[in-house]
Structure formats: structure tokens, C-alpha cells
Design a binder for this molecule. Structure first.
Ligand SMILES: CC(=O)SCCNC(=O)CCNC(=O)[C@H](O)C(C)(C)COP(=O)(O)OP(=O)(O)OC[C@H]1O[C@@H](n2cnc3c(N)ncnc32)[C@H](O)[C@@H]1OP(=O)(O)O
Ligand SMILES: O=C([O-])CC(=O)C(=O)O
Length: 373
């Protein structure tokens, strides 16, 4: 009996959304190279592309942007929850619970999946930014309909309009996190969707899987690691020590890429740019990350283990003003687009996801009453 542990190399669906070439380190959304999309496009356009399969024309983009803008606001019961919940919670737990609450409120709604999806794509940044401010004892900032999706995200965090470099860095980083084929969180959301459960429940499953440190939680772990190292001179000993203790380098390694993740290449440029502008602690952390990259590739590169998306995104998110434990929630704010798109693609030709487990225990055991055991 061959067991495909971790479903490695198992195809669970056909897709026209994302293609990864793991050997050459290339990534395409709907056939477009991630390099072109990061350079020339924007979050709204790429989200439309992922959801609807084509780049929007002017009219389609206007419709989509308008819908996103309208949906940025949170209902009062979510704001009340964010105000009243404890302020030392994990942001991913807050996001997961807020989506659950939105699902209760929307349970009688029979709108199309894409329309419900747009609501979530639009509301995630508001939930994340509002909780980030409340946690610091600051009041929440209402969304600004004049701003783009990424600008508004940072505006709700800072209270003023971000500069051009930060807006572009945020937009590119969100684009790079939108989708990644059959990753663990997308699969988790499909398992739920394949039972014809509702969209909110499927998205809650996605958030829950993304939170883990082997997946979207690795950006938080990478930053903790850079902080723990403390200075570039300490990197070599730290990495050797970590590897000899069989501990992983967080932000390194990938199930599909056996070479450098193309997203990490782009994010490294933004991490450098932002860190040089910020200086201070952030620049030191960037220098540490660069050294970890070098030493990590020296020891792990021959095994096909290289930096992944979470490695330099950690520096980008930190430079953009997010507290480290918020990084996975910012990741989720982009990945929700991919979850919704894959759910729509899967349920068109649905089959309930139900693999098998190979039973290795005994059978036919005699039941012994409790007092005789
Ligand atoms: C958005 C994302 O999800 S990107 C991934 C984010 N996750 C991380 O950065 C966490 C660190 N990385 C990892 O744990 C893994 O590389 C994963 C989870 C991403 C991929 O896991 P898998 O494809 O199942 O590979 P697996 O865990 O079997 O590792 C294969 C070998 O590489 C080693 N390895 C994999 N990643 C690393 C790493 N980051 N550091 C050190 N060694 C590693 C393993 O120890 C294992 O070695 P062995 O064969 O000698 O036992
Ligand atoms: O594809 C994966 O397994 C993990 C990943 O990089 C992502 O979800 O972005």
C-alpha cells in the first residue's frame, strides 16, 4: 500500500488559476508572469483576473473597484467585537472569528459566491487594521473610499496616507500573496466547500490552516528568528546550531519550489528599499536576513531548500508598520482572493473530498466492561 504522506505530488483538481514551475522558480497567474503583474498591475486588477479569468477592461475594473470600496465598512457587531475582545489575542484568531460572525449574519443571503467573496476581500483589511489600532489603545479609522485597496489598508493602520513607495510595496506584496495553487490553506477551504458548506465556513478553514508556522505563519517565525539572532555577525553560528539541532530555518523550503521562490526575489528588492529608507532596527534586521539567506543557501541549497515567500515578506510587513504577529493576517487578506477563486472553480464540477486512511490497528477486540479493565 503506497501512502502519499502529506498528499505530496497528488493532483486533486484541474485548474486554470495558477501555474508554478518549481524547478525553474516561475509563477504565473492565469498565464501572466508574476514579475509582470508585480511591476505593471495592481491588487484590484489582479484580484479580478484571479476571480474572473481575464484582465478587466476599464468598465469591468470600475465596477469591481466600486464594489470593493462599498464593502470596506464593518457592521457594528464586528466593531463591537473588536473593541471588546481581549487585546493580546492572535490576529489570525480575531480574523477567523470575525469571518465566522459575518457568516452568521449573512447565512440567509443567497448572493453569488463571487459577490460574497468581494465582501470578504474588502473587509479583511478593515478587520486587521482596526484590531491593530485598538490593540495599541488607538481608535479605529474609517476606510477612505478615495484610496486604492492597498493605500486604504495602510491608511487605516497609520491614520494618514502612505507615501508612494509604501503604497507600491504593499500593493506588490498583496499581489504576490493572492494565490499559490494547491497550498494547504486553499486545500483546507476546498475540503469544506466540497461538502457544499457555505463560503464563510470554507474561508474560516483557510484562515485556520494558513495560521500554522509551516505555512502562512512562517513570516512571523522568520522575523522572530531575525530578532533572536540580533546581529549579522551572529548568523553563521546561529544557523549551524539550529541545523545541528534539527531545527528548521523559517522562511526556507517549499513543497513545490526546489529553487528560489520568485516571490521572494521580488520581495527582497522591496525589503531592501524599505529597510534602507527606514534605517535603525529594520535595516539591521534586513542585514541579518540577507546573511541568513546566504548561509542558509550555502547549507540547504544543495538539498533544494531556498528562501520562500515568507522570508523577505517579514521584513516588508515590518517596514510597513505591522506588528510581527499580524503578518499572517495580512497574508490572509490577499490569499482570500485565491481561496474564493479556487472554491468557485472546484464547485462547478464538485466532488466531495474524501480520501482514505489505511487501517493498521487490530479488529474484532472483545469489549471489556469498565470495572474489569
Ligand atoms: C506560504 C508558505 O507556506 S511557504 C512555506 C512556509 N514554511 C516555512 O518556511 C517553514 C519552514 N519550512 C518547512 O517546514 C518545509 O520546507 C515545508 C513545510 C515548507 C515543506 O515541507 P515538505 O515539502 O513536507 O518537506 P519536508 O518537511 O519533508 O522536508 C524535506 C527535508 O528538508 C528539510 N527541510 C525542509 N525545510 C527546511 C528548513 N526550512 N530548514 C531546514 N531543513 C529543512 C527537512 O528537515 C527534511 O530533511 P530530511 O529529508 O533530512 O528529513
Ligand atoms: O504553495 C505552498 O505550499 C505554500 C505557499 O508558498 C503559499 O501558499 O503561498
Amino acid at each position: 500500500m503506497e501512502i502519499k504522506k502529506g498528499l505530496e505530488d497528488v493532483y486533486v483538481k484541474e485548474t486554470e488559476i495558477t501555474y508554478i514551475d518549481g524547478e525553474l522558480g516561475r509563477l504565473y497567474y492565469r498565464g501572466y508572469s508574476i514579475y509582470d503583474l508585480a511591476e505593471f498591475s495592481n491588487f484590484e486588477e489582479v484580484s479580478y483576473l484571479i476571480l474572473y479569468g481575464k484582465l478587466p477592461n476599464r468598465e469591468e475594473l470600475n465596477w469591481f473597484q466600486e464594489k470593493l470600496r462599498e464593502e470596506r465598512y464593518l457592521p457594528d457587531f464586528i466593531i463591537k467585537f473588536l473593541r471588546e475582545v481581549r487585546k493580546d489575542a492572535q490576529p489570525m484568531d480575531i480574523l477567523r472569528t470575525a469571518v465566522s460572525l459575518l457568516g452568521i449574519e449573512d447565512s440567509k443571503n443567497d448572493e453569488r459566491t463571487d459577490i460574497k467573496g468581494i465582501k470578504l476581500i474588502s473587509k479583511f483589511p478593515t478587520i486587521v487594521a482596526n484590531y491593530a489600532r485598538l490593540r495599541k489603545g488607538l481608535d479605529i479609522i474609517e476606510p477612505d473610499p478615495k484610496l486604492s485597496h492597498s493605500e486604504n489598508f495602510l491608511y487605516m493602520l497609520y491614520g494618514d496616507r502612505p507615501n508612494e513607495i509604501k503604497s507600491k510595496a504593499m500593493d506588490v506584496t498583496l499581489i504576490l500573496h493572492i494565490d499559490h495553487e494547491m497550498n494547504a490553506s486553499t486545500f483546507a477551504s476546498l475540503v469544506v466547500a466540497s461538502t457544499f458548506s457555505d463560503l464563510y465556513s470554507s474561508i474560516v478553514a483557510g484562515i485556520s490552516a494558513l495560521k500554522g508556522p509551516l505555512h502562512g505563519g512562517a513570516n512571523y517565525e522568520a522575523l522572530k528568528m531575525f530578532k533572536e539572532i540580533g546581529s549579522p555577525e551572529k548568523v553563521n553560528d546561529y544557523i549551524l546550531n539550529r541545523l545541528s539541532n534539527k531545527q528548521r530555518i523559517m522562511g526556507f523550503g517549499h513543497r513545490v519550489y526546489k529553487t528560489y521562490d520568485p516571490r521572494a526575489r521580488i520581495l527582497k528588492q522591496y525589503a531592501k528599499l524599505l529597510a534602507e529608507k527606514e534605517g535603525g532596527e529594520i535595516y539591521t534586521l534586513y542585514q541579518i536576513a540577507e546573511k541568513v539567506e546566504e548561509i542558509g543557501i550555502k547549507y540547504l541549497g544543495p538539498k533544494g531548500i531556498y528562501p520562500n515567500v515568507d522570508f523577505f515578506s517579514s521584513i516588508v510587513f515590518y517596514s510597513l508598520g505591522f506588528e510581527p504577529d499580524f503578518f499572517p493576517a495580512v497574508f490572509a487578506s490577499a490569499r482570500v482572493v485565491g481561496w474564493v477563486a479556487h472554491i468557485m472553480e472546484y464547485i462547478k464540477d464538485n466532488k466531495i473530498i474524501r480520501p482514505k486512511a489505511y487501517y493498521k490497528g487490530e479488529i474484532g477486540k472483545k469489549y471489556i466492561p469498565i470495572d474489569s479493565r
